[in-house]
Design a protein around this ligand. Structure first.
Ligand SMILES: Cc1cc2nc3c(=O)[nH]c(=O)nc-3n(C[C@H](O)[C@H](O)[C@H](O)COP(=O)(O)OP(=O)(O)OC[C@H]3O[C@@H](n4cnc5c(N)ncnc54)[C@H](O)[C@@H]3O)c2cc1C
Length: 534
């Protein structure tokens, strides 16, 4: 499969669509793919960068949701387990089997994992049989000492499997690329400001293109509001629509530290859970689950929330003695919970919710709030079924579960060997890294690396290379330095990347996007801002 140059839709193109999707997180991205591949003329608008909000806040897990069994949400767990299998089929380079240790399990946990195994009866119906996931097993004492974090000393542990997404940002992008390949139009940095409503019927939206600084009227036969935590504020742009407002939202944060364990290790208590999860040779600790009452747009990770979480971690795992300076980076988001919950956000359901505004007499508008990253592809199918009902146009028969996402393939041994041979001037580890993250687009990236001095020189322990920055701008619609550091690559995730690299990447991106010196400075400042927690 050749590399795709993502094209940004602008006002000079057709402004009439079957479906307009507002919001470019995973809910919008999967829906754009479903809709375009089923033959609907589709436009997706994102006010910032694709996948930059809640979809970038996940614990990177593609999982069934073991803990939802406690609330007997069997349907949600089964759907999540099925989606876990589908995502590991259609994006095998990004979604990988991931062992999890549950220390000192009691009877409830044992029964829960038995049910989890039963509900994932089809987990090994995989296109690539080498990725088989074993059922839950007890770990022998000797092995446990090696697998558990140093100092933890659990009496016993069960090991079960879920999947980890090595880069949710690139998975969201892969859905968007697949949508574009199927004919969808997409634009980042384009905000929907209000709906076009006439006689209680939504027939499009007015958007603001932040790059060209212009207002655009877009007509569509159906509009889906997939704006995550902003669904309410988007609806408030029109007085005629609403959805039940959750009284409280749930904040979740993660801390990134040096590597603390070789396998994911769960801490479960009455009041919640968090884990130590190995990721990119570091450890992800999280999530928290704290009620948030403030304005959605003002939310950010604060120094206070980091300090509070450190106390929780050190109380649950005193042997780890984590200090503030051990935290290399922190990130998080607001869960778009749909239940009108009280303060107990931890036990609120993670179900997705589809609201057809015909219920309050407004036609042509659906609000879709995604509960889990894992289930987004299936959710997109449900949303699209409702879109078909509303628009009435026959849709093509196409199953997104049956096709690799654009660029996502695990290469055969022969393909990998060919790539190593063809690019033999580059380090073998670099080729392996590029294959993992860029799948069938690896050759296109490495070809670009050849045109740059030091283009394929690893920039961090993971093996990330400078050419990815150029690829991000030329092929993947990155329009800001933050897009490059946090969503096209992972260069920004493991703490401050260092001034030299920051400036070097800024020069590459700035030259492509023709930034002035002052624009370049403010782009660098925006990245630096991510490492300050007030
Ligand atoms: C801390 C945390 C951990 C999580 N961990 C996991 C996990 O491990 N596994 C899992 O499966 N799920 C997890 N989830 C849940 C998952 O992240 C969400 O269900 C999912 O990302 C929701 O995606 P979304 O597209 O609906 O929302 P978002 O990703 O928030 O996307 C909405 C988009 O709409 C855009 N937008 C808003 N207003 C406008 C407008 N007016 N015009 C244009 N665009 C607009 C926003 O900029 C945003 O990009 C986690 C969530 C949190 C908060």
């Amino acid at each position: 499969m050749s590399s795709l140059k993502m094209h940004r839709w602008t006002s000079s193109e057709s402004r009439e669509f079957d479906l307009l999707i507002i919001g470019g997180g995973i809910t919008g991205a999967t829906l754009a793919y479903e809709s375009a591949s089923r033959g609907y003329k589709t436009l997706l608008l994102e006010k910032g960068d694709f996948g930059a909000a809640t979809s970038a806040a996940t614990g990177k897990l593609i999982h069934g949701g073991l803990r939802y069994l406690k609330k007997l949400e069997l349907g949600l767990v089964r759907e999540s387990l099925r989606e876990r299998r589908i995502l590991s089929n259609i994006a095998p380079n990004l979604v990988i089997p991931y062992p999890i240790l549950l220390p000192n399990p009691g009877l409830v946990e044992r029964l829960g994992l038995l049910a989890y195994d039963l509900l994932s009866y089809d987990r090994n119906r995989l296109w690539d049989k080498s990725r088989r996931m074993p059922r839950t097993s007890k770990i022998q004492r000797e092995r446990l000492r090696q697998a558990a974090p140093e100092g933890s000393a659990p009496e016993s542990a069960l090991r079960y499997f879920d999947c980890m997404c090595i880069s949710p940002e690139r998975l969201t992008l892969a859905f968007l690329k697949s949508a574009i390949s199927a004919g969808a139009s997409v634009a980042n940095y384009m905000e929907a400001r209000k709906f076009l409503i006439h006689e209680k019927r939504v027939h499009g939206a007015v958007a603001h293109d932040q790059i060209r600084n212009e207002e655009i009227e877009i007509r569509a036969r159906c509009v889906v509001n997939a704006t995550g935590p902003w669904v309410q504020s988007m609806l408030r742009s029109s007085t005629e629509t609403s959805v039940p407002t959750p009284r409280v939202r749930s904040e979740g944060i993660y801390l990134i530290t040096r590597k603390l364990s070789d396998e994911m290790y769960l801490f479960v208590s009455e009041h919640g859970h968090f884990s130590f999860a190995p990721w990119r040779n570091h450890t992800l600790i999280g999530p928290t689950d704290t009620p948030y009452h403030g304005d959605v747009s003002q939310w950010k990770v604060t120094e206070q929330s980091i300090q509070n979480f450190l106390k929780v971690i050190n109380a649950a795992a005193p042997w780890v003695s984590l200090r503030r300076e051990d935290v290399q980076f922190a990130y998080g988001g607001l869960r778009p919970l749909t239940e009108t919950t009280d303060e107990d956000t931890y036990n609120a359901s993670r179900k997705s919710e589809l609201h057809d505004h015909a219920a309050e007499g407004v036609e042509g508008l659906i609000t879709a709030a995604g509960g889990k990253y894992t289930t987004s592809r299936a959710f997109a199918g449900h949303i699209f079924d409702r879109v078909i009902q509303k628009v009435g146009k026959p849709a093509k028969d196409f199953k997104t579960s049956d096709h690799f996402l654009h660029g996502c393939r695990s290469s055969t041994r022969k393909e990998s060997q060919d790539l190593h041979r063809h690019f033999d001037e580059f380090a073998p580890e670099t080729i392996d890294y590029v294959l993992r993250h860029y799948g069938s687009e690896a050759a296109a990236l490495l070809t670009m690396a050849r045109t740059m001095p030091e283009g394929a020189l690893p920039r961090n322990a993971d093996g990330e290379i400078l050419a990815e920055a150029l690829f991000a701008v030329r092929n993947e619609m990155a329009l800001g330095l933050d897009d490059v550091f946090f969503r096209r690559t992972g260069l920004g995730w493991l703490g401050h990347p260092g001034q030299a690299l920051l400036q070097k990447v800024a020069s590459i991106v700035g030259a492509e996007l023709e930034w002035t010196e002052s624009e370049k400075k403010s782009q660098v400042e925006r990245v630096e801002e991510r490492y300050r927690f007030a």
